[in-house]
Ligand binder design. Structure first.
Ligand code: FEO
Length: 396
């Protein structure tokens, strides 16, 4: 299937409705995804990115229906990750000498993945190739989100091919931002930012400022995942600038695991206390053992503060909470307050340990946490409510 994006630009990618997990098991894709590849048929022909390996033969077969592969003058590899470069081996078998334009780091990655000495043409920011009356301008984008990442801009049509940036894991046959459910689109866009781009927020801001300083008109942002931003594409750029600035909403999220409901009851009472002190706060509770971890990280990303709870087991906390910290530490959230809580029976080490882990993950811990012995009685529940109320004051 091909879809016209604008003038002589065609989408020739793959909509993957079945995808449930991405990056191995690291990213849940409840709405599937797309691997967007673009064919530009000007006097010269350029192909921008390919698709994930399982679809390589389908991709090449479809491409052959659109164009004699020998007529492709340039292949642009904006990013070497397998979801975009995975069909290169199958394609290069057919057209082994076609030049692949990419960054120096992408050459290393592509050679590392495929062990082929293809006709690599290394480009840097500002380098151009002519397609006839239009040009492709390369813009390196290291660590957005890999060292090899790159954008390419097509003059005349004013299209920025941004690869992963501004993308969403969101399968849709509509393929354009104005044709899809906006709430779904933004839910996937913020999840993508929270789980993939959070660690690189300072670079996001700088790269956007750099692009703006080039004064290039922008009609379309053609990403490599999800829908193409053709209706007011600047909206997602503005969102990225917002998200890159230690984003938070008026939300407090409680993340916990529980053995015999004591820690869950504490979470509910603390949440109630927070709402009593400040009814405007959006309080959300997630049992980490029952909730998708990427969805939890998205909620943490949106929060101004979090509380993490676990009962004590074997002088520590439950393993699901350990996994939460592993993920959160990697994402490196900034400017978020936090506290620990949990039920215990005889020792109660988990609370201090959770506080320490919160600090290690970069959260600003505002108190020593709250313990409740065995299953909280009425008095302990009241203490949880009071703890929630105090927490609201402590994070002001
Ligand atoms: Fe969509 Fe970084 O690959």
């Amino acid at each position: 299937m091909k879809v016209k994006v604008k003038n002589n630009i065609y989408w020739v990618g793959k909509v993957d409705w079945e995808l449930e997990m991405f990056h191995g098991n690291e990213y849940s894709t409840h709405k599937g995804s797309t691997y967007n590849s673009y064919l530009i048929k000007e006097d010269k022909v350029a192909l921008i990115d390919t698709v994930w390996k399982p679809f390589d033969k389908e991709f090449v077969a479809n491409l052959e229906k659109e164009i004699d592969l020998d007529k492709i003058d340039f292949i642009i590899a904006n990013h070497a990750e397998i979801d975009h470069s995975g069909a290169l081996p199958a394609l290069m078998e057919k057209i082994p000498n076609t030049p692949i334009y990419c960054t120096a780091n992408a050459v290393k990655s592509l050679k590392g993945h495929y062990h082929k000495d293809w006709n690599f043409q290394v480009v840097k920011t500002g380098d151009k190739i002519s397609l006839g009356s239009k040009e492709l301008i390369f813009i390196e984008a290291p660590m957005l989100h890999w060292p090899d990442s790159m954008f390419v801009y097509l003059t005349g049509d004013n299209v920025l091919f941004s690869n992963d940036a501004f993308g969403q894991h969101y399968a849709s046959e509509f393929l354009f931002n104005d044709l899809v459910d906006q709430a779904e689109l933004y839910a996937e866009a913020i999840k993508y930012y929270a789980n993939i781009l959070t660690p690189f927020s300072p670079l996001v801001k700088r790269k956007i400022e750099e692009f703006v300083s080039l004064n290039l008109p922008l009609d379309i942002i053609a990403t490599s995942h999800g829908v193409i931003w053709r209706d007011n594409p600047i909206q997602i750029v503005e969102k990225y600038l917002e998200w890159a600035e230690n984003y938070q909403e008026n939300q407090i999220t409680l993340v916990y695991d529980t053995m015999w409901e004591g820690t869950r009851r504490m979470a509910e009472a603390i949440g109630k206390g927070i709402r009593m002190a400040d009814p405007s706060v959006n309080v959300k509770l997630y049992n980490a053992a029952k909730t998708d971890k990427n969805d939890i990280m998205t909620e943490v990303f949106k929060s101004k503060a979090i509380l993490v709870g676990s009962p004590t087991i074997n002088k520590g906390f439950l393993s699901v909470i350990a996994a939460f910290f592993e993920e959160a530490r990697g994402l490196g959230f900034k400017n978020k307050k936090a506290a620990a809580f949990g039920a215990y029976g005889w020792s109660g080490e988990s609370i201090k340990q959770i506080g320490d882990e919160l600090k290690r993950a970069g959260f600003n811990v505002v108190n020593d946490g709250l313990k409740a012995l065995w299953n909280p009685d009425e008095q302990a529940i009241t203490e949880c409510e009071n703890f929630g109320k105090e927490f609201v004051n402590q994070i002001k």
